[in-house]
Write a protein that binds this ligand. Structure first.
Ligand SMILES: Cc1ncc(COP(=O)(O)O)c(C=O)c1O
Length: 355
């Protein structure tokens, strides 16, 4: 699958052309993985374009950065404003958003604290990470031979770039074996999570999910789903799960920003339940989708509304009119591309221009 590109990326306080958002080959983070990132999604909701739990994602980004000794040279509110500015300038009504904080070019060697801390935010239309078919009918997963990084070697609670080599190994292994996703066990052999998602088992009407001590990333969607499930009267239990408890569960599903809520229909060739998304998974998926799209007033506070002009010409003109927006560096000819951009980027999710 090719990377979908849009016009502008926010880099260290300025909007720059997508193709100019570059770093030096001696960037510290490139060599030693000294970066932290997060991921959000914006949806075209009943209230307008909204980023789901934007402040919560940014708060996690700041915590991840602090854990790896990276002072972010912007405030959380500045980065939040930057996400809004980026979506407006690219006229993105529905998209994936990727902020990254990393140690830049400065001095090689393992001591990173003399290297500058850089911040970028990119956004682009990105459909269902594990496929529309997977979201509807469930995916096939494989328990990885790779164990999730233990909490006394790295910091699973931080979303750090270098740590994702662990997920990459698991994902490639599962994919080469013909499965859509990997499920990793923790260093003790208990169930941990997917390569980029938290995992849940439904057993006798209760929802079980691994605890913080099982090396999980504390997913924002995990928090949301636990709240939704409890609001609907389900018992949610955070406890260690043995591998076979997944095979024996009535239903299994995953959650994450990229994947959203995805049912799992098979693990290691064992059919889960009836081999199709179960009733509790379906119910949570519906309510979660309502929450993401602003259709459920109980979860309205999770939406961070963004003013995205309907017409791209307005978007560029509006940002250029604001001297503090920092788009002066954008080459004048970027506006020449206006005519080629679909009138509505929402439509672009299905078939966006791929460069
Ligand atoms: C390793 C890992 N676990 C869990 C998650 C789910 O987190 P969230 O729901 O905040 O996207 C992600 C995705 O960000 C992830 O990369």
């Amino acid at each position: 699958m090719e990377q979908v590109e849009v016009d502008l990326i926010w880099h260290n306080g300025e909007l720059v052309a997508w193709e100019d958002a570059k770093v030096h080959v001696l960037t510290h983070g490139l060599h030693y993985g000294t970066g932290v990132f997060d991921s959000m999604r914006a949806y075209a909701t009943t209230h307008g374009t909204a980023i789901f739990r934007n402040r919560d994602h940014l708060a996690r980004l700041f915590k991840s950065a602090e854990l790896y000794y990276m002072p972010i040279p912007f405030s959380l509110e500045q980065l939040r404003a930057a996400t809004h500015e980026l979506l407006a300038a690219n006229q993105l009504h529905e998209c994936y958003i990727r902020p990254i904080v990393f140690r830049g070019y400065g001095q090689m060697g393992l001591y990173p604290l003399d290297c500058p801390v850089e911040v970028s935010i990119a956004a682009w239309p990105w459909g269902a990470y594990l496929g529309e078919e997977g979201a509807r009918h469930g995916i096939r997963a494989k328990v990885s031979s790779w164990r999730r990084i233990p909490h006394d070697s790295l910091i699973p609670h931080a979303k750090a770039s270098g740590q994702y080599l662990n997920s990459v190994l698991a994902k490639v292994e599962a994919s080469k074996a013909g499965y859509q996703e990997a499920i990793l066990l923790d260093s003790r052999g208990f169930v941990c999570e997917g390569s980029g998602e938290n995992v849940y088992a439904v057993s006798e009407g209760r929802i079980l999910t691994p605890p913080q001590t099982a090396s999980i990333l504390d997913g924002i969607n995990r928090k949301s789903l636990i709240q939704i499930a409890r609001d609907r009267g389900y018992e949610v239990i955070e406890r260690d799960l043995a591998r076979a408890e997944l095979y024996l569960a009535d239903e299994v599903f995953l959650s994450g920003t990229a994947a959203e809520l995805v049912p799992v229909r098979e693990i290691d060739d064992h059919v889960i339940g009836a081999g199709e998304p179960g009733p509790i998974t379906g119910e949570l998926q519906r309510v979660f989708d309502d929450a993401l799209h602003g259709r459920d007033p109980r979860y309205r506070d999770w939406l961070d509304l963004v003013e995205v002009p309907a017409d791209r010409t307005d978007a560029v003109a509006g940002v250029l009119a604001d001297p503090t927006a920092g788009v002066a560096e954008v080459p004048a000819d970027r506006t020449a591309g206006v005519a080629e951009v679909p009138a509505d980027r929402t439509a672009g999710v299905a078939g966006p221009a791929v460069r």
